[in-house]
Ligand binder design. Structure first.
Ligand SMILES: *Cc1c(COP(=O)(O)O)cnc(C)c1O
Length: 393
């Protein structure tokens, strides 16, 4: 079955009221018919039902959908994308271990490595996202985990996952991929060498900027149980309503991503020609530095891209962005509404210097008409004041 069909092929409950949509069961406590079934409830921790915290029909249903989409065996649904990152770290890393993260990794992931994992005795170091097989030189005997995030949240570098995974595996390390940008529809990390595929479901899967969830998908039962055990010790449970909303989001995921990618391609191509723009960074755009790798490994994109504006003596970025009428200023992405985020790049990288001088802005293209969005950005670039500068040069 193809992904687009599978997205609508959710398990239907076997109840007299047999709704076409997934059922929301709210419960902390569930009850058992016999002493025997109560005393053996722990055997149903990984699969069945024993307590609301450990799984309910909506979370099991969502986990099955995400596992199938990622091409994995098992998924765990957790309260946020950040929880998915941390449950993976806490399940797989111990004092004395070393973990590698790409230099432009999702900000809270970077700070948790330095401010939290370090306190547990786990050492983190950062690597150039474009190093490819060069990662081999950074592997240490105690390197247990290599994170990949592709494309990177703000700077959109596409990583050579197969090359990195091969080198990591040769050194006995596991590879975890934050694949939030493309969603599991656009990038099957497990089939390109990852052991763990992580998603912030809060973004494209939720799709409406109104829920927080994350997923961790693996290709082995053993790995799943290690991560699921960690989630139990951390007390991580998810709301059935949020899982319901994520399942509902899955139904329109393909259509939303298709439209947002088409709109973003149109807007990005026009901006790439604009005199106020130094560079557009969008892997699906032909000519982008990551385009060849993206074409090789990805099946789809999304509406998130970044733009480097022409550097100006006087930085008028605020005038440009504050006056946008259709773009709301916000850090997230993947909803129906278009968002814009000015990026503070200074101090966020340590091993792969950022060479562009102009201000960096990230756009998340929503479901509005692309021509309206383009006009809004073009008026913003007028406020930025490129024309007088370029004319004077
Ligand atoms: C948003 C995001 C996360 C974190 O997800 P939350 O649900 O907001 O915690 C992790 N990685 C990437 C790439 C993200 O965009």
């Amino acid at each position: 079955m193809r992904d687009e069909t599978r997205l609508l092929h959710t398990a239907v409950d076997d109840l007299p009221f047999n709704a076409l949509t997934p059922t929301v069961h709210r419960a902390s406590t569930i009850v058992f018919p016999t002493v025997e079934s109560f005393l053996s409830r722990h055997t149903r921790f990984y699969d069945g039902y024993s307590y609301g915290l450990y799984g309910h029909p909506a979370s099991r249903n969502l986990a099955a959908q995400i596992a199938a989409l990622e091409g994995g065996v098992r998924s765990l649904i957790v309260p946020s994308g950040m929880a998915a990152i941390m449950v993976t770290n806490l399940a797989l890393l111990r004092a004395g271990d070393h973990v590698l993260l790409p230099d432009p990794v999702y900000g809270p992931s970077r700070s948790s490595a330095k401010q939290f994992m370090s306190g547990l005795g786990v050492e983190a170091s950062f690597y150039d996202p474009l190093c490819g097989v060069g990662i081999a030189a950074l592997m240490r005997p105690n390197t247990r985990l290599v994170w990949v995030e592709s494309p990177a949240s703000f700077t959109m570098e596409v990583q050579d996952l197969p090359a990195i995974a091969q080198a990591a595996h040769a050194h006995g390390a596991l590879v975890a991929v934050d694949g939030t940008w493309a969603s599991p529809l656009g990038f099957k990390a497990l089939s390109h060498g990852a052991d763990i595929a992580m998603q912030a479901l809060s973004k494209h899967v939720g799709g409406h900027s109104d829920l927080l969830l994350g997923s961790v998908t693996v290709a082995s039962e053993e790995l799943f149980r290690r991560i699921k055990d960690a989630s139990r010790f951390l007390g991580l449970g998810v709301s059935p309503e949020d899982c319901f909303l994520a399942l509902r989001g899955l139904g329109t995921l393909a259509a939303r991503l298709e439209r947002q990618t088409a709109s973003a391609l149109k807007i990005a191509a026009r901006l790439a020609e604009h005199p106020g723009v130094a560079r557009v960074i969008y892997p699906p755009l032909p000519g982008d530095a990551g385009h060849a790798l993206w074409r090789r490994d990805f099946q789809g994109g999304c509406g998130v891209f970044s733009v480097v504006l022409q550097p100006r003596a006087e930085n008028r970025l605020a005038a440009c962005v504050d006056g946008l009428r259709l773009f709301h200023i916000g850090a997230s992405w993947g909803g129906l509404h278009s968002l814009v985020a000015p990026v503070q790049i200074e101090g966020t990288r340590t091993v792969s210097p950022w060479r562009d001088r102009g201000p960096l802005v990230r756009f998340s293209i929503g479901m509005e008409h692309p021509d309206d969005l383009l006009e809004d950005i073009e008026l913003g670039l007028d406020r930025y004041g490129f024309d007088r500068e370029v004319a004077a040069e």
